[in-house]
Design a protein around this ligand. Structure first.
Ligand code: PRX
Length: 650
């Protein structure tokens, strides 16, 4: 097809246009950490900009050179030495924040604990000594398989204190997933718990860990945290109780200063194919990136109560529960369980109880809140909130508006933050108080970050759709895939020369705002048009009857591919031919006939990963009648069977 300018279409046709725009209020702007000039300062010399931010952290030895860059290898703050825990703990103790709460923690059953910075410091030092007593040294890999309890933070920081590399495996992962990660890491030690709570159920972590460890010869010791009174098998010689070892440990442990490029952690993320990739992050650059973005994107101040609802098993929890906010010395809320336990207002109860002021969650959660209804947030006093954030997926404008109105009471700016496990920290985002927001747009690259939309050949698209590209190095960038240099280069660095390819499609509008369209494998080519499934989903969700939608492409004789939409209806609407036709027409009206779904399938629930991402790949398999793909990462594998039944009945 031809684009407006009459040239061959770039890469992705963009069909939805969003006209609403929200300017920052002058009162927010006045107090904001970020001022407009930050963009010009960063543009003048982006390495200097990051160096200035790095100087706000604690270093044992100052770096000699800000950046060396020979694609795809970046080294930040070369020659510098530091230990991240000094910025996250020691510094706050020395600067008068000793008895400030670092974490106000709430367990799912309702138990509560508050850990001050000083208390946390002592626990981290003790546990670092425990790790040393088991022979863990700088560079060793430690696997962590825990629920959302404070000991998860303590474990990560204790590893960092002695230069060991932590790898957190999300507590909802299966024994096989844990085994594969431990094998890839060749971890020496596993830290786990007897169990954890989720939606009133007990997750038998130690039991699952035992299954995994049957095939993991590298692990010589296991430390078990006692979360409840859960039954477990104790293997003498290998297994140790955390609380017993902590009793005997010394509360002083000098930090091991490591090179700025020393690995801090490895976190696994799934690719479209093949085994999970162990994304490797290093020390100085990563800490600078998460610190800077926490300061300017979340605008945190001394009296804020910050709550990021992610699980620490994902990058969001690493960067915006552990390292970023702790380097800023902020007070945080941490919650163990599900948002709908015991009822659907649990989050709002927590916001009210602790006076949360900055709240960061995912679009999938926001869509669930919408589905449950505004009566749940309305029951609570949310007036302490002053800033809201989202991450993880494109947020459809309707969900954005709902968040803005029903959670933020039309007074909180929303930061829609685009980034990845690989990028380490936020790269595209509004700056609250500076950037005018448009619902559904992550707006502009963070200062010091250069992003562009490119076509297949690497030509820049000034307005319209294409591939998202990051064209300059940034401090928190991944330094590799653990043990797989070839895959690192192939996945991220081979589309264009020296430019990072995140695998996302995006469009840029005339105001230079970025609109992330999702993974390029979620792009459908129908009748010569490349359409983002996300835009069709967004249109569907705008229909009153639709709560959630997932769109996939399947082969079509004439069009190459056609669109099939799986929809979850809300309220009283029942699924029938009439609603199905209405929805197809609705999309055609909203976007154009080219986007009219061929079929609409009734899906009371959609299959999701444990981190809440819709698994379109599996829906595609159902729609094409293929055998089901790998479902090991599905939160509830039965959902799929139910949808398949409906598809076949249809
Ligand atoms: O497709 C983008 C989507 O999530 C991907 C990264 O996933 P993960 O590594 O699991 O990290 C999620 C948390 C940082 C991206 O490639 N994504 C993330 N944030 C956004 C987003 N898509 C649109 N808008 C966002 N704000």
């Amino acid at each position: 097809m031809l684009s407006k300018k009459g040239t061959k279409a770039a890469t992705i046709d963009t069909l939805l246009t969003e006209k609403r725009k929200f300017k920052p209020s002058s009162s927010f702007a006045r107090q904001a950490n970020a001022k407009k000039s930050i963009y010009t300062t960063a543009k003048k010399d982006y390495v200097k900009f990051w160096e200035n931010l790095a100087s706000e952290l604690v270093w044992k030895k100052k770096w000699k050179k800000g950046l060396t860059w020979k694609a795809p290898d970046a080294k930040w703050f070369v020659g510098g030495k530091l230990n991240v825990t000094e910025s996250c703990l020691d510094r706050h103790i020395e600067e008068g924040r000793k008895n400030q709460a670092a974490f106000i923690w709430e367990g799912e059953p309702g138990d509560r604990r508050t850990l001050t910075y000083y208390e946390l410091y002592k626990q981290v030092c003790k546990f670092a000594n425990v790790l040393k007593s088991l022979g863990i040294r700088k560079g060793d890999r430690v696997a962590i398989y825990l629920p959302m309890i404070p000991e998860l933070v303590i474990s990560m920081l204790a590893c960092a204190r002695i230069g060991a590399i932590h790898s957190v495996v999300f507590g909802g992962f299966s024994p096989e997933s844990l085994r594969d990660r431990i094998l890839d890491l060749e971890a020496k030690l596993l830290i786990t718990a007897d169990g954890g709570y989720r939606r009133g159920q007990i997750i038998p972590l130690k039991h699952d860990a035992d299954v995994a460890l049957n095939e993991c010869p590298s692990v010589t010791d296991v430390i078990i945290i006692k979360r409840g009174d859960f039954l477990l098998r104790f293997k003498e010689g290998r297994d140790h109780w955390y609380h017993r070892m902590m009793q005997e440990a010394d509360a002083h442990c000098p930090p091991v200063s490591v090179d700025s490029e020393h690995p801090l952690f490895i976190l696994y993320t799934s690719g479209t194919t093949g085994k999970p990739k162990g994304i490797m992050h290093t020390t100085g650059g990563y800490l600078t990136g998460v610190y800077a973005t926490t300061k300017y994107v979340f605008d945190v101040k001394g009296d804020d109560v910050f709550w990021c609802t992610a699980d620490i098993g994902w990058i969001t929890g690493h960067s915006y529960i552990v390292y970023g906010p702790m380097a800023m010395g902020v007070t945080q809320v941490m919650y163990e369980g599900a948002p709908d336990w015991p009822d659907k207002d649990r989050f709002w109860q927590i916001v009210e109880d602790y006076g949360v002021s900055v709240f960061y969650t995912a679009p999938t959660a926001i869509r669930a809140f919408m589905k449950w209804g505004e009566q749940f947030p309305r029951k609570h006093d949310l007036s302490t909130l002053r800033l809201l954030g989202t991450v993880g997926e494109p947020i459809n404008p309707e969900a954005w508006m709902w968040y803005y109105e029903h959670i933020g009471n039309k007074k909180c700016p929303i930061v829609d933050t685009w980034w990845q496990t690989e990028t380490g920290h936020i790269l595209i985002t509004p700056l609250p108080g500076v950037t005018a927001t448009k619902p559904g747009s992550a707006t502009r690259p963070f200062p010091g970050i250069e992003a562009k939309i490119l076509d297949e050949q690497g030509r820049e698209i000034k307005e319209g759709g294409g591939y998202l590209a990051i064209t300059k190095p940034w401090p928190g960038m991944l330094r590799g895939i653990w043990g797989d240099r070839k895959r690192f280069i192939e996945t991220y660095w081979s589309k264009w020369d020296g430019i990072y390819f995140p695998g996302d499609g995006a469009k840029i509008d005339k105001d230079k705002y970025f609109w992330i369209l999702g993974r390029v494998d979620d792009v459908i080519n129908t009748a010569g048009h490349r359409i983002s499934t996300m835009e069709v989903e967004s249109a569907l969700v705008e229909h009153n009857a639709v709560v959630e939608a997932a769109v996939v492409g399947i082969p079509h004789e004439l069009k190459g591919q056609c669109l099939v939409a799986f929809v979850t209806l809300g309220g009283e609407t029942t699924f029938d031919d009439i609603i199905s036709r209405q929805l197809r027409d609705f999309v055609a009206r909203k976007i154009g006939a080219i986007a009219r779904p061929e079929r609409i399938i009734n899906a009371p629930e959609l299959p999701k990963t444990r981190s809440g991402k819709i698994m379109r790949r599996l829906l595609r398999d159902i729609a094409t009648g293929k055998l089901l793909g790998d479902t090991t990462t599905l939160a509830d594998p039965d959902v799929l069977a139910r949808i398949q039944r409906r598809y076949e009945e249809d």
